[in-house]
Design a binder for this molecule. Structure first.
Ligand SMILES: Nc1ncnc2c1ncn2[C@@H]1O[C@H](COP(=O)(O)OP(=O)(O)OP(=O)(O)O)[C@@H](O)[C@H]1O
Length: 309
């Protein structure tokens, strides 16, 4: 069993906005220490959940516990141990990284000057910004700004670190640097990475949840989720105009352009024939299978096979 007294427990959380959008419908998740991926398309409800966990908005109903802390009713205590890197992270362009981090450290309650110098130096080194500490933030690249955001979020050694869509807009090299930084973060705190980019989760997160239209479609260990599709994913490369025929005959997981043709992945318990070949499943197959409802079918089938044996 996971370490529940260090975990983040989300129980039956719902949120409906004034315009009637059900952003979260009865969400329950158990998030253990370590890297956890919350994966879903635009509008799925990820930011609503992240802002709720970050005590910036309230759910209509439900409970959230970080260890023994009640996140909904003990906001101040939670904020003492929370790091949050929002989707839009604004910085003061005229301040240097060193100045602004020092300022945020004061706000976080690190009032002793020597202690503050030690903490800010350690964080600027950890985020690989030490050499750029005297540069104004207005001149930082997107990736450097995101890493500075992590330095701010890590002030005070948070037990809960929330990172909302961090790699959107980063170039490939900056993205890799940023993901490497996240992967080095302690295993003792809960780190939630909210994203619509499947590779971010597959490269980093031991556990994940897939969310769509305010509902959790899947909550699993990443490796196990991929393993459950073993032997059930088949691919073929076709001309684009054959896709609708394939869609009528098979359960299509995904279809994407590859060198002018269309690479199709389908879900099937048996060899679909017709030039399909079996392919080792990956997290993208899990994601699209969950989105199309095929993943739930896999789990149902596995359960009935277990009962039968
Ligand atoms: N303040 C708000 N008022 C009304 N509706 C909102 C508000 N914030 C979000 N929504 C709606 O709630 C749903 C979930 O939005 P949310 O931003 O949580 O999703 P998301 O998964 O983070 O998507 P994105 O990646 O596009 O930010 C969407 O339909 C969105 O339009």
């Amino acid at each position: 069993m996971e370490n529940l007294h260090e975990s983040l427990l989300i129980r039956n959380v719902s949120k409906t906005y004034a315009n009637g959008v059900h952003a979260l419908s009865n969400i329950s998740l158990t998030i253990p220490p370590g890297m956890y991926g919350l994966l879903g398309p635009n509008g799925a409800g990820k930011s609503t959940l992240m802002r709720t966990l970050a005590t910036l908005q309230e759910p209509d109903q439900g409970e959230i516990f970080l260890g023994s802390l009640d996140v909904v009713n003990q906001k101040e205590e939670v904020r003492q141990t929370l790091g949050y890197l929002p989707q839009e992270f604004g910085v003061y362009p005229k301040a240097t990284a060193e100045e602004l981090l020092d300022y945020f450290a004061v706000l976080k309650g690190i009032t002793h000057r020597a202690a503050r110098r030690e903490v800010t130096e350690a964080l600027l080194r950890q985020t690989n910004l030490w050499d750029k500490r005297k540069q104004k933030l207005g001149g930082y690249s997107g990736g450097m700004r995101q890493r500075f955001g992590v330095a701010v979020a890590l002030l005070g050694n948070p037990k809960l670190l929330i990172v909302d869509e961090p790699t959107a807009g980063l170039d490939p090299a900056e993205r890799v640097r940023f993901l490497n930084l996240l992967s080095e973060l302690g295993e003792n705190s809960v780190v939630i990475l909210s994203t619509h980019i499947v590779e971010d989760v597959s490269e980093l997160c031991t556990h994940l949840a897939i969310i769509n239209k305010g509902q959790i479609l899947l909550e699993a260990q990443t490796q196990q989720a991929v393993g459950a599709l073993q032997g059930k994913v088949w691919r073929t490369l076709i001309e684009k105009n054959k896709l609708s025929a394939i869609e009528q005959e098979h359960q299509v997981i995904s279809a994407k352009l590859l060198g002018g043709r269309t690479l199709v992945h389908v879900y099937s318990h048996i060899n679909p024939g017709n030039g399909f070949e079996q392919v080792a499943p990956d997290l993208e197959d899990v994601y699209f299978s969950a989105m199309t409802g095929n993943y739930a079918q896999t789990c149902q089938q596995q359960k009935s096979e277990e009962v039968a044996s």
